[in-house]
Design a protein around this ligand. Structure first.
Ligand code: ATP
Length: 287
């Protein structure tokens, strides 16, 4: 085998709560994460030596700061791989958008290099390497419906979310993750997720209850600064979403629909909106 292509799926947060601050300054989180059927494709090809990265967008780095580069380097150094790799990323997940696109590419590269060079690592062993590259990387390796605690690396498998139509909207703004996590310490959020109620809704396979329990404390930092997030939520709700919420630190907003036609109308309305960068109509992804 000379090359391999792996999909790295984007995620949304069904819930996101900040439950503490660790002595090292990291935030302790409690989240219910879900992969959506929107993915990057990472092709890793054997070469004689070195690691090179390319992509279909000019918006991510092609050098050693790319998370895919770091993933390949970690495994190739540890296992003394004598050859090189050429990594090509077909990017579809919105960038710097709260959907863990970089971590998804990192996870896909870890899996690809593991297979390409027959390293024989289990998913758990890949997670042990991945967490050093990013807190969301273990989740991106495992995918599906999971509770993520600690800094995001303590994963518990949950019953798969019932299928639904998902509209994703990424406005043309940049949100600094560092700023959002810095500001969250200064406020007491009015709305906190009820994580146990979300888990119960998942156990009962009740998409309406899932949708009514979505909650992200970071909205209370991002929305006052970026009103468009709230405008997108209103459009999704007016068009019949069961629930609409920002993912991660934003600015991507998702809407959950049980009706395909309503989801299409919402996606069309958002596409026509000024200041919109990407709109996707997709579904949840579970293996
Ligand atoms: P999270 O939800 O984990 O906060 P995000 O969706 O906000 O992630 P990413 O798309 O992962 O953000 O990108 C964050 C930054 O990481 C980008 O601005 C980019 O410079 C850098 N980066 C490095 N490698 C990649 C990659 N393969 N894909 C996307 N971004 C990358």
């Amino acid at each position: 085998m000379n090359q391999i292509t792996k999909k790295g799926y984007g995620k949304i947060n069904l819930t996101l709560d900040v439950v503490g601050l660790m002595p090292n300054g990291y935030h302790e989180l409690d989240m219910v994460m879900q992969t959506v059927d929107l993915y990057d494709e990472v092709t890793v090809k054997k070469t004689d030596s070195g690691i090179s990265v390319s992509s279909n967008t000019g918006k991510i780095p092609n050098d050693e700061s790319n998370l895919a580069y770091k993933a390949a380097k970690v495994l190739m150094d540890e296992f003394g791989v004598g050859e090189g790799v050429d990594i090509s990323i077909q990017k579809r997940i919105p960038i710097a958008a709260g959907m863990a696109g970089g971590s998804a590419d990192c996870a896909a590269t870890l899996k690809a290099v593991n297979e390409l060079f027959d390293l024989g690592l289990s998913d758990q062993e890949l997670c042990d390497r991945g967490v050093k590259l990013g807190a969301d990387v273990p989740y991106c390796i495992m995918e599906g419906t999971r509770r993520a605690q600690g800094i995001g690396e303590v994963l518990t498998k949950l019953p798969a979310v019932p299928q639904a139509h998902i509209v994703l909207a990424k406005p043309d703004i940049s949100v600094s993750t560092a700023f959002v996590y810095g500001e969250i310490d200064k406020i007491t959020p009015c709305n906190k997720p009820d994580t146990e109620a979300m888990i119960e809704a998942l156990e009962n396979g009740d998409i309406k209850k899932v949708a009514s329990n979505i909650c992200n404390v970071l909205e209370e930092v991002t929305i006052p600064k970026h009103g468009i997030v709230s405008v997108i939520k209103d459009v999704l709700t007016e068009k019949g979403a069961l629930g609409a919420m920002m993912s991660g630190s934003g600015p991507t907003v998702f809407g959950i629909f049980d009706d395909r036609k309503k989801a299409e109308d919402a996606a069309n309305a958002l596409e026509a909106m000024e200041g919109m960068e990407q709109v996707h109509l997709t579904g949840f992804y579970n293996k």
